[in-house]
Design a protein around this ligand. Structure first.
Ligand code: AP5
Ligand code: MG
Length: 218
């Protein structure tokens, strides 16, 4: 049996940061819907062109496009032992689709760590975020600074600030999260899969709590 973890939580809470650490330690694939969209935008694909307008406004990309993209990703060979889903599902329709696509390969979502932090912390984190152009490694000017300003510690590529991290767009992303994604908290709680993780602590402390939660399950 493979392991499928859904990381749930608002924009900026640290899903990508934690997913990369846990994927590295566990050998699970890291599937970030946001990274996949940004890769498509960078490569000027049709999907990228369709998605770009939604992303820059802080709105969600339509469910059908998102679901098709993840279905294609989840069936690749690096997901054989399972995956950490970061940013997907983000609506009840996507959650139903996630269940169906995993059931089709004899799998299911095992656990849903829900990372929480107050809104003002989210804005602070997103306004200082710098992302690596090559592989999406994540830094913060104050909380996780790179050794050399503007350069990724891991692969030496350039760091950039995401277009959707402008304060106004961030505020909309938080509203969109509350309206469209937060219903998934009850959805997974009812299935007994939701476990809360306190995101308002240092990166290593969140990792420790997250690994604890995952270890208790397996
Ligand atoms: P996506 O890329 O998924 O963005 P998001 O959900 O808004 O989440 P973020 O990536 O902004 O935050 P994060 O939780 O990963 O935090 P991070 O680890 O970077 O989606 C972007 C857009 O794509 C969406 O708005 C939508 O348009 C579209 N999209 C994506 N998925 C979709 C879907 N399923 N359906 C429809 N549309 C979809 O951390 C943030 C910062 O904080 C970093 O600088 C980091 O260094 C710092 N930090 C992290 N943890 C800590 C800590 N514990 N203490 C201090 N600083 C910390
Ligand atoms: Mg992210």
């Amino acid at each position: 049996m493979a392991t499928y973890i859904v990381l749930l939580g608002p924009p900026g809470v640290g899903k990508g940061t934690q997913a990369k650490i846990v994927a590295n330690q566990s050998g699970l694939a890291h599937i970030s819907s946001g990274d996949l969209f940004r890769e498509n935008i960078k490569n000027h694909t049709e999907l990228g062109q369709l998605a770009e307008n939604f992303i820059n406004k802080g709105e969600l990309v339509p469910d059908d496009l998102t679901i098709a993209m993840i279905k294609d990703r989840i069936t690749r060979s690096d997901c054989e032992s399972g995956a950490i889903l970061d940013g997907f599902p983000r609506t009840p329709v996507q959650a139903d689709a996630a269940k169906i696509m995993l059931n089709e390969i004899g799998e299911d979502i095992d656990i849903v760590p829900f990372i929480t932090a107050p809104d003002e912390i989210l804005v602070e984190r997103l306004s200082g975020r710098w992302t690596c152009r090559k592989s999406g490694h994540i830094f913060h000017t104050v909380f996780n600074p790179p050794l050399k300003e503007g350069v990724c510690d891991i692969d030496g590529s350039e760091l950039y600030q995401r277009d959707d991290d402008k304060v106004e767009t961030v505020k909309n992303r938080i509203q969109v999260y509350l309206r469209r994604t937060s219903p998934l908290i009850a959805y997974y709680r009812e299935q007994g899969k939701l476990v809360e993780v306190q995101g308002n602590q240092a990166i290593e402390e969140v990792t420790r709590d997250l690994l604890d939660v995952l270890a208790k399950e397996y």
